[in-house]
Design a protein around this ligand. Structure first.
Ligand code: CUA
Length: 166
């Protein structure tokens, strides 16, 4: 009788240990999942900049007088642009060579593409958000900027250019 009891007790202890271990594994996995989830959710959002697409042209950074290139106090250049059905404003963006450039652009209507040919710059202009793209051009010349997101009947004719000058 004692032997049977002892055996049952050992079995129970072993079983409990395994149960504890699997609970611990589940907690660790859940923790890792939650951590990576939070990581993925917060990292891009920290850099998201929102803007009212309906009032872009009336107030704030993207009113007509602010569009185009502006030299910052540190010598870098900010280029502000708007992509709308079916054009970019300004149509020609002039930037200097060997200077840090930041493109800041958005859309008042639908999603447009912001792609500068022969560079690695390729992003989207999404209504409600500001797209910010750093760049630096080492050579003078012209770069075409065709809209590369289908945005309606005039999509094929929507393009601009970047002119790099010394
Ligand atoms: Cu704008 Cu396609």
């Amino acid at each position: 009788q004692d032997h049977i009891d002892e055996g049952a007790r050992v079995a129970e202890r072993v079983e409990r240990r395994w149960a504890t271990l699997s609970v611990a594994i589940i907690i660790v996995l859940a923790g890792a999942a939650a951590f990576s989830g939070i990581h993925q959710a917060t990292m891009p959002q920290a850099r998201v900049e929102t803007i009212q697409p309906q009032t872009l042209h009336l107030t704030g950074e993207f009113i007509k007088g602010n569009l185009g290139s502006a030299v910052e106090p540190d010598g870098s250049v900010t280029v502000r642009a708007v992509g709308q059905q079916y054009s970019f404003t300004p149509q020609c963006m002039v930037v200097p060579t060997n200077t840090p450039v930041v493109f800041r652009a958005t859309s008042p209507d639908v999603v447009h593409g912001f792609l500068i040919q022969n560079t690695n710059i390729n992003t989207m202009l999404v209504p409600g958000y500001v797209s910010e793209i750093p760049a630096k051009f080492s050579r003078t010349g012209e770069y075409l900027m065709p809209c590369q997101e289908y945005c309606g009947v005039g999509h094929e004719g929507m393009w601009a250019k970047v002119k790099v000058v010394d």
